[in-house]
Design a protein around this ligand. Structure first.
Ligand code: NOJ
Length: 466
């Protein structure tokens, strides 16, 4: 392991901060959506806003040397006119300083889904003006924190939040409209390029990348039909984010297919030029599972997401393109229907590196389960085994030359997991939501500390012949 390898864990503003309307923070689209629909929300979440010192100290005691977190845009910019909330800036400067005091590198995401509601009211990601508002917000952040931060991320998981918000409809704004999905997705990639451009123009030190919900594609067999389905699936799940951010080119075959049915006239030449000229320095990959596909057979395009973790399963069919498999009898799944498949990370890392030749960080990896946190110690051996096998996958890929620079466990402590609420726990540290949000390190926290201490030597190694 390289000496400067980042061993950290990750959170996101809306999921952990709470303090949803404190210190002049304005509403985000998630605040509005969850309040209006009377759904479980992140008003308090893990109360990181008030307890970040304790949380960061615990990370340091766990030997972690990096913290990936996101800035809340509505905590920093109060209105459409771009008025800066100095209290928001002060909060994040203090948080970053606390990290640095503990020798923890801040790894900062500019956007982890909490769009200010005042922008959502103007059309959100369907409106190109949101891209320019994002550019202005990014400039404020580089100016305010650029002296302290070396690792920046433009967006967390463009595919996940645009597909969920505009195609599947289970995230705000809750639409199901393919044309809107394409428009929003493109605007986010354009905004990401504007963010990269603003970072370079700021003259700040450090690097900037994008974080992708990485679902490397595998097929049921090697037939031509399956390989075509795999290409469609890869364009849908990965390429439009990774190709666009890393090479500056939106997959051309994807544009050709989409242009037959949808209006792409919102794409402007000068924007494409900006995308081409402002590619990222690194790729952040969030890995939970792979995307196993077979050729399309029948039925309408449909998406089912298991947000309950109680029976029911996931399904994804894109008419004429591919079908995703979620019920492989030989595979092991979590209660939420996510296949546990570390081999997919090993193979996917090699593919990504061969394709883009960029440094990679595993910016999220973890397992979401129901847990009883009333005991003093949560004995989460399943999490230890999950992390061990995924770190093993990363180390195998590194042995074969892939330039992986860091690993972030999701999540630093238990937090609010969007539509899954707080019942789906990912944390290395338990948060007792029924007992004053008390923090209790789990067994996996101790294990991870020892792994870091051993510089990875403690990982049980195993090679796969794939
Ligand atoms: C990815 C997202 O970035 C994060 O917000 C989410 O909670 C985790 N996956 C777990 O599903």
């Amino acid at each position: 392991m390289r000496e400067d390898f980042l061993w950290g864990s990750a959170t996101a503003s809306y999921q952990c901060e709470g303090a949803w309307n404190e210190d002049d923070k304005v509403e985000s689209m998630w605040d509005r959506y969850l309040h209006d629909n009377h759904l479980e929300n992140g008003d308090v979440a893990s109360d990181h806003y008030h307890r970040y010192r304790e949380d960061i100290k615990m990370m340091a005691e766990g030997k972690q040397n990096a913290y990936r977190f996101s800035l809340s845009w509505p905590r920093i910019i109060k209105d459409k006119e771009g008025t800066v909330n100095e209290k928001g800036i002060a909060f994040y400067r203090e948080l970053i300083r606390t990290c640095l005091d503990h020798k923890i590198a801040p790894f900062v995401t500019l956007y982890h889904w909490d769009l200010p509601q005042y922008l959502e009211e103007e059309g959100g990601w369907l409106n190109v003006e949101t891209c320019y508002a994002y550019e202005r917000y990014a400039k404020v952040c580089f100016e305010a924190f650029g002296d302290l931060v070396d690792h920046w991320v433009t967006f967390n998981e463009p595919k996940w939040f645009t597909a969920s918000g505009y195609l599947i409809g289970n995230y705000p704004p809750g639409h199901q409209n393919v044309q809107e999905f394409i428009t929003a997705a493109y605007h986010v990639m354009y905004a990401s390029a504007l963010g990269v451009r603003a970072f370079r123009a700021s003259g700040r030190k450090g690097t900037i990348g994008i974080v992708h919900s990485f679902g490397p594609v595998n097929g049921v067999d090697d037939s031509l039909k399956t390989r075509i389905a795999m290409r469609y699936a890869d364009n849908y799940a990965n390429n439009w984010v990774l190709d666009t951010a890393a090479t500056g080119e939106i997959p051309f075959d994807l544009l050709c297919v989409l242009s037959q049915k949808y209006d792409l006239s919102f794409i402007r030449e000068d924007q494409l030029e900006t995308i081409r000229e402002n590619t990222v320095d690194f790729l952040g990959l969030n890995y939970y599972s792979h995307t196993l596909v077979k050729p399309y057979t029948e039925g309408e395009t449909s998406f089912v997401v298991n947000n309950t973790g109680k029976g029911g399963s996931n399904s994804l069919i894109i008419k004429g393109w591919f079908e995703q498999i979620f019920d492989n009898p030989d595979a092991i799944y979590t209660e939420w229907g996510t296949q546990i498949y570390p081999q997919g990370l090993y193979k996917g890392l090699k593919e990504v590196y061969e394709k883009y030749h960029l440094p990679v960080y595993i910016t999220e990896n973890g397992i979401g389960v129901r847990e009883d946190v009333s005991a003093e110690k949560v004995e989460d051996d399943y999490r230890i085994s999950f992390m061990n096998d995924h770190l093993n996958a990363i180390m195998n890929a590194m042995d074969e030359g892939v330039d992986v620079r860091g690993y972030f466990a999701w999540s630093t402590f238990d937090l609010y997991s969007w539509k899954n609420g707080v019942e789906k726990r990912y944390g290395l540290v338990a948060v007792d939501f029924d007992d004053d949000l008390k923090r209790k390190p789990k067994k996996s926290y101790d294990w991870y500390r020892d792994v870091i201490d051993s510089k990875g030597e403690k990982i049980r190694r195993k090679k796969w012949d794939l």
